[in-house]
Design a protein. Sequence first.
Length: 173
Amino acid sequence: MTEKRNEVNVKKLALAGILVAVGVVCSPFSIPVGVSKCAPVQHFINILGAVFLGPAYAVGTAFVTSLIRNILGSGTLLAFPGSMCGAFLASMLYKYKDALPYAYVGELFGTSVIGGMLSYPIAYLLMGNTTAALFTYVIPFFVSSCGGTILAAVLVTALKKAKVLDLYLGNLS
């Protein structure tokens, strides 16, 4: 039993590392909106992490990607609440509802509404943006999330039809 548990963890860790690498490499593909840099690829990765890895790894992937992007200067502090809230809600909804549309809605709502509202105190207190309001980042984060969610919906649906998703998740005999 221990070997199986370690194998699953290594597989998840390897996939999480790949997702982090893709997120960092694709971070130049961002849309500047005020002090934020909206990165649609991050939302795509959040959904892949939610479906393939589960809540802990999805949130960890979002955190590490945001951290590296900030260290390299290709992200802002606003990447943390947006990406992590989106990854968390997408993975929790997918885990308990077991349907892909819930992951998509979780990413959209988690990133744009929850993450957007949590970005306000970060922008105001840590980044010195005194003109920000509570809902300042909701619309920009939603637009960014939509692009990544559409990408993920196309890819994850194709993987589901090809039975790759079922094979990875262990649903095939």
